[in-house]
Design a protein around this ligand. Structure first.
Ligand SMILES: [Zn+2]
Length: 244
């Protein structure tokens, strides 16, 4: 079980020689409706990272729980880091990983607003090194074919897709009795601190009523397979690049 935080100095030195890949989970703690836990965006990629830790030699860093969640910050329980804070955290972690000799960081991201910050941190952290960061927005980059087959409504936030996934992984944390859909659309990008509750009612954008554990299990299974392939490819020093 190559979990970074469980190694001793001696075992870390040994394990770090056996792999080129470190996995960095980035989540968020934010409202996901009345029916899902605040940590959805942390729980789901952490589940996948644990599978990587069980099945490969890649070293899995402790997840970074907090993300940039300003649009949800109006709801109770949300803990959001400012973009500048998060950028520095990502950058410092990436720099440390490269300093310890890793060639690839697989940033397994669970939350959309983290993506531009991961990208910026990666640009700065890889500059002048031969390190590479691969950012995987797991909910949209993985298991696309299965999502298209099993989901009946478009992807969202706390919608059918995410609710199914949490039902698959942690059913004890889901209360389907209070699952209620909402999908507020806006023309252009409306940014307003005082209108956040109406822009994303209860943190929901989607139709969770159609969620099932079976749909979630199919998605998570495929996502895991695709991630294991990616890690295998990186261990061989190959980037996920193809020519048309
Ligand atoms: Zn989410």
């Amino acid at each position: 079980m190559p979990q970074w935080s469980e190694q001793t100095l001696a075992s870390f030195e040994r394990k770090a020689k056996e792999t080129k890949v470190a996995v960095m989970v980035t989540g968020s703690i934010e409202a996901h409706g009345d029916h899902l836990p605040l940590g959805c965006d942390l729980i789901l990629p952490t589940f996948l990272a644990e599978r990587i830790a069980q099945k490969t030699k890649a070293l899995v860093l402790p997840p970074i729980p907090f993300g940039e969640s300003w649009p949800m910050d109006v709801f109770k329980g949300t803990v959001s880091l400012r973009a500048g804070t998060l950028l520095m955290v990502y950058h410092d972690v990436m720099k440390a990983v490269f300093r310890h000799g890793f060639r690839f960081i697989l940033a397994l991201n669970g939350h959309g607003l983290n993506t531009p910050l991961l990208r910026q941190a990666a640009e700065e952290a890889t500059e002048g090194t031969d390190g590479t960061v691969i950012i995987v927005d797991w909910w949209s980059d993985l298991a696309k074919s299965v999502r298209a087959q099993v989901l009946e409504s478009p992807e969202g936030h706390a919608g059918e897709d995410e609710t199914s996934e949490v039902l698959a992984v942690r059913p004890d944390l889901v209360d389907m009795k209070v699952a209620k859909g909402a999908r507020v659309r806006t023309a252009f990008r409306v940014v307003s601190a005082s209108h956040r509750e109406e822009l994303l009612p209860r943190g929901v954008y989607g139709e969770p009523e159609g969620a099932t554990a079976e749909k979630g299990k199919a998605i998570m299974k495929k996502a895991e397979e695709e991630l294991l392939l990616l890690v295998e490819q990186l261990e061989q020093g190959k980037l996920p690049i193809t020519e048309k």
